[in-house]
Structure formats: structure tokens, C-alpha cells
Design a binder for this molecule. Structure first.
Ligand code: HEC
Length: 159
């Protein structure tokens, strides 16, 4: 009995969602990504394949038009603010995305130079996306890939 309790506790710890995670908002953001970003940004490709593509194969392996959603997700958590305060970091990421989508400028990049150098600057989405949509799509991107490339926050099968 005791071991069962311990086991359940362990499972809860591994799959527990941070309190900041809101599945409904994530889904709303995902739809926005599919409608307004996915013509250029692929949602997710394993990091190892991406590293090979960008750093060894000059993007000839995948021929991507832009960094992928999971690359952006990783960078939003590693390049801006601190993961110690998820709620605040999301706010900072929202500020960055809002600025970038309206005034894209590769000199403000959060991606590796070895990645962005393969692309022209993103076209502005001014007039094509609302404030609320930019906020929700950031929320989705933030949680798309977990921390340090390991998504420990949710069970993938649910998505
Ligand atoms: C017409 C193609 C296109 C569309 C549509 C598009 N992007 Fe991009 N995006 C790009 C390209 C190309 C880059 C890489 C060059 C750059 O960083 O500006 C990029 C880069 C980015 C970056 C990384 C910026 C950096 O360099 O750090 C973010 C964040 C981003 N896009 C978010 C979005 C989101 C969110 C959407 C949808 C709401 C979207 N993009 C729609 C083409 C696009």
C-alpha cells in the first residue's frame, strides 16, 4: 500500500503540469499557430535532426523556411528572462513576440546565428494578427516544448 502511494506520488510529480499551464489556452494558441504561422514554421522536429540540418547540412536536409515551433519554444525559455518565474517569463516572451511579429528585425534574434543566417527576415504580420492572438500563440509556443528539450510537463499522448 505504502509503495502504491509512493508510486502515485512519483507519477504525479513526473507528469504534473505547472500551475501556469492552461490546456484550453494552449489549444487556442495552437490553432492560431496552425492558421497564421505554419505556412512558414513547421510545428516540431526533433532537436537532433534540427542540429544536423542547420549546423552540418546547411538546411539542405529539411529545407525549412523558418525556425520550427519547438526551436522557438526552446529559445523563448533560454534567451529571455528566467525559468524560475514561469508566469513572469511568459509575460516577457509575450512582449518579445508582440514586438517581433510587428517589427521583425533579425538583429534582435533569440535564435542561434547558425540557424537564422539561413533565412531572410520574417515579414511583418502588422494588421494580420490581434493582440490577443499574439498573446495566446506565445502561450502555446512557450509550452510546446518542455524545458531543456524534455517535455516533462504533459503526457504527449493527450495532444
Ligand atoms: C511568411 C512566412 C512567415 C510567417 C507566416 C511567420 N513567420 Fe515567423 N519567421 C519567418 C522567418 C523566415 C523567420 C526567420 C528570420 C527571422 O528571425 O526574422 C521567422 C522567425 C520567427 C521568430 C524568431 C525570431 C528570432 O529570430 O528570434 C519567431 C518568434 C517567429 N518567427 C514567430 C512567428 C509566429 C508566432 C508566427 C505566426 C503568428 C509567424 N512567425 C509567422 C517567417 C514567417
Amino acid at each position: 500500500m505504502k509503495s502504491l502511494v509512493l508510486f502515485s506520488l512519483l507519477v504525479t510529480m513526473v507528469f504534473a503540469l505547472p500551475e501556469e499551464f492552461d490546456k484550453q489556452r494552449y489549444k487556442v494558441g495552437e490553432k492560431i499557430f496552425e492558421n497564421k504561422c505554419s505556412s512558414c514554421h513547421v510545428k516540431s522536429i526533433p532537436m537532433q535532426t534540427l542540429l544536423k540540418n542547420f549546423l552540418q547540412e546547411e538546411n539542405k536536409l529539411l529545407k525549412l523556411k523558418a525556425p520550427t515551433g519547438n526551436q522557438i519554444s526552446y529559445r523563448l525559455k533560454s534567451q529571455i528572462g528566467s525559468k524560475d518565474d514561469i508566469e513572469f517569463q511568459i509575460e516577457e516572451d509575450i512582449d518579445f513576440i508582440k514586438e517581433y511579429l510587428i517589427n521583425p528585425d533579425k538583429t534582435n534574434t533569440i535564435c542561434l546565428n547558425g540557424v537564422v543566417r539561413h533565412f531572410d527576415t520574417m515579414p511583418s504580420l502588422k494588421g494580420k494578427i490581434s493582440e490577443k492572438e499574439m498573446e495566446d500563440v506565445t502561450f502555446f509556443l512557450y509550452f510546446l516544448e518542455g524545458f531543456n528539450g524534455v517535455n516533462k510537463y504533459y503526457n504527449k499522448e493527450e495532444f
